[in-house]
Design a protein around this ligand. Structure first.
Ligand code: AHM
Ligand code: MG
Length: 336
């Protein structure tokens, strides 16, 4: 019998851009206001612009340090500052954004009161892993979106100090060998890749799931002697269990690999960063939401990352995130 190929279902397997995907999700929820498509289109525009800058960095001579330090006393790379400005330029005019919080700025930028339409706070790390830029290693933008209550402008920072479980959306854009946009609005994780030829992020994977397990850890192992004993015991166990190690030193790239391939990514306490190095509100929280939405786990040394009640905008957190079985292995050693 000759084999016949079933007819293609054109109602399902469509080419979808980030924009059309979000509009389709909003159509499925009649109560949706269109707020997300408005904010996410601004983030898409900003990150396409940053991707272009990152690619042209050596040509345009914007590599290296600016000579100023950011709010954490770290030297700002030129591209950090450019990326920060691009995000503010793209998001600042969106009428429903009330507050912008950036890793690069000490204070939140209050744009609109609730009465003026400011319904959301967007928190972001404009260019994470920027110490890698000079060597063309993958870097990324990370963002977190929180809803703002009435009176937020008067409350100041307190209006934004919510635990990560309250995020309404989170995502990152990896500027690597391709530009990848990974997004969750609390309904699974979707992945888009920038098609340079048409200038749009196109959907490549919907409802991404992280592998349950994979014998790979991602940690700055040079700091081992500074780690609390539980982490050292875990590493001994992982060595004895023939684990492999992958560490880029760019959270977006390391977490992206962990999301797709499985394994565990860790940043434990060190002498230089006794509370962990990564920032809770715009690094650990959005990445944790993505990992959890993909079926993984994300913990700190104080329980679930998303349950941490922040005391300050730029506070740091220990992070251990990835495949559920791999996080459980680490946890076993931290508990004992
Ligand atoms: P940054 O926000 O200043 O770029 O620092 C965060 C980066 C993360 O991307 C990465 O996971 C970590 O710092 C690497 O730190 P280390 O070089 O100590 O391993
Ligand atoms: Mg960062």
């Amino acid at each position: 019998m000759p084999q016949t190929t079933p007819p293609h279902d054109w109602t399902e397997d469509n080419l979808q851009s980030l924009q059309s995907h979000i509009l389709a999700e909003e159509q499925a929820h009649p109560e949706a206001t269109g707020d997300f498509s408005w904010i996410l289109s601004a983030i898409a525009l900003a990150t396409k612009t940053i991707a272009n800058k990152v690619r042209r960095a050596r040509i345009d001579d914007v590599l290296g340090e600016l000579g100023e330090t950011n709010t954490h006393g770290e030297s700002q790379q030129k591209l950090d500052v450019i990326a920060n400005d691009i995000i503010k330029a793209c998001l600042g005019a969106r009428a429903n954004i009330g507050v912008l919080v950036s890793e690069e700025d000490e204070e939140p930028m209050v744009l609109r009161t609730h009465a003026e339409g400011g319904r959301y706070a967007v928190l972001f790390d404009p260019l994470d892993g920027s110490s890698n830029i000079d060597f063309s290693v993958g870097v990324g933008t990370i963002f977190s979106i929180l809803r703002l209550e009435d009176g937020h402008a008067a409350k100041g920072v307190d209006a934004i100090l919510h635990d990560g479980a309250q995020q309404v959306a989170a995502g990152y854009v990896l500027f690597g060998s391709s530009t990848v946009f990974v997004l969750t609005t609390g309904n699974g994780v979707d992945m888009f890749v920038l098609d340079q030829s048409i200038g749009a992020f196109v959907l490549v994977k919907s409802k991404l799931r992280i592998p349950e397990a994979n014998s790979t850890y991602s940690i700055n192992e040079a700091n081992t002697k500074q780690f609390p004993q539980g982490y050292r015991n875990y590493l001994d166990w992982a060595h004895d269990s023939n684990y492999t190690s992958r560490y880029i030193g760019s959270m977006v790239a390391d977490v992206h690999r962990t999301l797709l391939k499985g394994g565990v990514f860790l940043y434990p306490p060190t002498d230089a960063h006794p509370k962990g190095k990564l920032r809770l509100m715009y690094e650990a929280n959005p990445m944790s939401m993505i990992i959890e939405e993909a079926g993984g786990r994300a913990i700190s040394d104080r329980g679930r990352v998303l349950d941490i009640k922040p005391d300050s905008l730029h506070q740091r957190s220990v992070v251990i995130m990835g495949s559920p079985e791999e996080v459980a292995h680490v946890e076993r050693f931290l508990d004992s």
